[in-house]
Design a binder for this molecule. Structure first.
Ligand code: HEM
Length: 465
């Protein structure tokens, strides 16, 4: 893993497959780590004994990197609990519903961009077009500005996303150290977010807030909520100001952009490999749009097969995509106090890093027979109830699970609906089969992206947002 021959998710999966039993230990240099395999044990860690596992292992260094240290993913307790409760209202279904027109506008830009590009090229890289879409959705919903990723190849926000997630050695060392070598992070005052990206976000945030205040203008979005929180809220003795506030907007982009774009492009990839499922998904989209007349929140919720790619076929297909390709292929926690492994006499000492190998669980034939087969039917209620609940957790579980789950799913679903109502996706000779994963990335990503063919089906969109 440290030689970047294998990603963190795949290294944990190799060990998961080699070592039997409900858990195992591993040494990372001189530090013992605990890895939980058994779904019941995982439930203890993430939910039942959450009090003892409230923090992630990932390093946090406020002096080195104030933005990442104040983002929920990295923040430690007791501050995390206060900030998480203050940020939760941003992600209610009412708030997400009010963001639908913003997301739909970006969906239309995506279709216009693809229409132009598919006339010129037989091979389009799906991760890149999904990244452009996710960049514009996140900047519009979190910062209230247009990212313009489709207009300019080197649009500033898209470049920031590239810098943050580029498969470079420095990014590989940065993220591996944050997860596994926190002492190195402290020693070298390493930053999790590249300094140019942090600086860019701070400036963008300050400019937006100043503009809102001077023009007395509001948009009922994340920025407005943050301005109100800053003015009114008592953060139980913690000051909510400066880069602590910027971090809440920045995490929207940082945690939401790569995860969502990966899920969109991975779903398109599986649908181009599985044409009969694609046909059913397209039928479902067509029928729903005909019934609802437009692409509303209700229409999206009502779609039966796109979330398995979500509960409807589109939804089921998204769920199955996240099984095969969990954007974050592992979860991490740390023990705050000594902890006795339930049902044993073994005690795990306070401060021990704990890992949950998501990728391995999602590919375990015990829970998912023929794990390499893409099958949205794995997410019917009946099939879900036939396996342990904690064998599938693409958004994590318990109080520290993904705060943006609903937002990520809606954003993914809308992208798929926009694309698949206008384009058929097909493999070409550049499509990687199977995917070769990038070892320097802590999220799950294809080394060469996901090139494929987009065929315009020349059908006028039957919806208007
Ligand atoms: C398909 C898209 C996404 C996937 C697969 C995903 C996955 C995850 C996972 C696995 C975690 C760790 C959960 C745990 O440790 O139990 C997480 C945490 C988090 N995610 Fe997401 N995520 C997605 C989209 C988003 C979006 C759109 C946002 C923000 C707008 C977001 C914000 C966060 C934050 C802030 C955390 C840390 C939560 C905390 O520690 O309190 N995610 N996500």
């Amino acid at each position: 893993m440290f030689m970047f021959k294998k990603s963190i998710g795949h290294t944990l999966a190799d060990m998961y497959n080699k070592i039997s039993g409900p858990y195992f230990g591993m040494w990372v240099f001189n530090i013992p780590h605990f890895v939980a395999k058994d779904p019941e044990l995982i439930k203890h860690i993430l939910v039942k004994d959450f009090k003892n596992f409230q923090d992630r292992t990932i390093a946090s260094n406020e002096q080195a990197d104030e933005i990442s240290a104040n983002a929920l993913f990295i923040m430690k307790n007791p501050t995390w609990k206060i900030f998480r409760s203050k940020m939760t209202p941003v992600f209610t279904s009412g708030k997400i519903k009010s963001m639908m027109p913003l997301i739909n506008k970006v969906g239309e830009d995506l279709v216009a961009y693809l229409t132009k590009l598919s006339n010129q090229s037989d091979s389009i890289e799906a991760k890149e077009i999904a990244s452009k879409y996710a960049t514009d959705v996140m900047t519009s919903c979190a910062f209230g500005i247009e990212g313009c990723a489709f207009e300019k190849e080197h649009a500033a926000w898209r470049s920031m996303g590239r810098d943050m997630f580029a498969f470079t050695l420095i990014n590989g060392i940065r993220s591996t150290s944050y997860f596994f070598l926190p002492k190195l992070v402290d020693l070298f005052k390493m930053k999790f977010i590249p300094p140019n990206v942090s600086q860019f976000m701070i400036e963008a945030f300050v400019k937006t807030v100043d503009h809102r205040k001077s023009e007395n203008f509001s948009r009922n979005d994340l920025i407005d909520i943050l301005i109100k929180l800053q003015e009114e809220e008592d953060f139980e003795g913690h000051k909510f100001e400066g880069n602590k506030v910027v971090a809440q907007a920045a995490q929207f982009f940082l945690a939401g952009f790569d995860t969502t774009s990966s899920t969109i492009s991975n779903a398109l990839y599986e649908l181009c490999l599985n044409k009969s499922i694609q046909e059913k998904v397209v039928m479902e989209i067509k029928t729903t749009l005909e019934q609802h007349g437009s692409l509303t929140y209700e229409a999206i919720q009502d779609m039966k097969y796109l979330h398995k790619v979500v509960q409807d076929l589109v939804f089921f297909s998204i769920k199955e995509t996240l099984r095969k390709y969990p954007a974050l292929p592992f979860l991490d926690r740390t023990t705050l106090m000594d902890w006795k492994i339930p049902g044993t006499d073994i005690t795990i000492e306070a401060g021990t890093p704990v890992y949950i190998p998501l990728f391995a669980l999602h590919h375990d034939p015990k829970y998912f027979p023929n794990p390499d087969v893409f099958d949205p039917e794995r997410f019917t209620d009946e099939t879900i109830n036939s396996r342990p609940y904690f064998s599938y957790m693409p958004f994590g579980e318990g109080p520290r699970s993904c705060i943006g789950e609903r937002f990520g799913l809606i954003t993914t679903k809308l992208a798929l609906v926009h694309v698949l109502s206008r384009f058929e996706v097909e493999c070409n000779n550049e499509t990687p089969i199977p995917i070769d994963f990038e070892p320097k990335s802590f999220t799950l990503n294809s080394k060469i992206g996901l090139p494929m063919r987009f065929i315009n089906i020349k059908q006028k969109p039957s919806y208007a947002a």
